[in-house]
Design a protein. Structure first.
Length: 171
């Protein structure tokens, strides 16, 4: 009888451990199956559109965030899009911080005037790093009007931290 009781106790313990593991596996599966968060979206109908880049999550190995993940440019040509880094220890690098995900994804030359801005919001070709960066968007409607791009900010040791939002030209 002692042996039967021991087997019964072991089975209950195994069942309890199995139930906990099963529950943990279901929880993990539910987390993996969740869809990615939708990008925040806004339409810009001005001559200048501003996007804030919050780099605070980069401090702990996370990704930066933008207040507008999918910006729609509508109504104007040569719109100045300005990105601003919102963290004291991170900044842009000219030629390395804002890049189209597909380097050949701009066959019409939609985006030009890629400069860092000085303290007076003026493009300064001599700047190689800074808090503000601009692109001029011609806003020409073509077959594909969505332009995924990389936002990459750097700390003082030149460590990158990146995010992939989208620009949409709506004409």
């Amino acid at each position: 009888m002692g042996r039967q009781r021991l087997i019964s106790r072991l089975c209950r313990t195994a069942w309890g451990v199995g139930a906990m593991l099963g529950s943990a596996l279901l929880t993990c599966a539910a987390q993996v199956a969740q869809p990615p968060q939708a990008l925040s979206e806004a339409t810009c109908q001005a001559n200048t559109c501003k996007i804030k880049v919050d780099a605070s999550a980069c401090e702990t190995g996370g990704r930066p965030s933008v207040d507008i993940g999918k910006i729609r440019i509508k109504g104007n040509k040569n719109v100045q899009i300005v990105w601003e880094v919102q963290h004291a220890r991170y900044e842009f690098r000219l030629g390395r911080s804002l890049l189209l995900k597909d380097p050949r994804g701009d066959p019409t030359g939609q985006f030009s005037g890629k400069f860092l801005l000085d303290q007076n919001d003026q493009p300064d070709p001599s700047l190689r790093r800074g808090k503000w960066m601009q692109w001029l968007d011609a806003n020409i409607v073509v077959d594909n009007n969505e332009y995924p791009y990389h936002v990459i900010v750097f700390d003082a040791a030149d460590n990158p931290c990146s995010l992939d939002p989208v620009i949409v030209n709506d004409g």
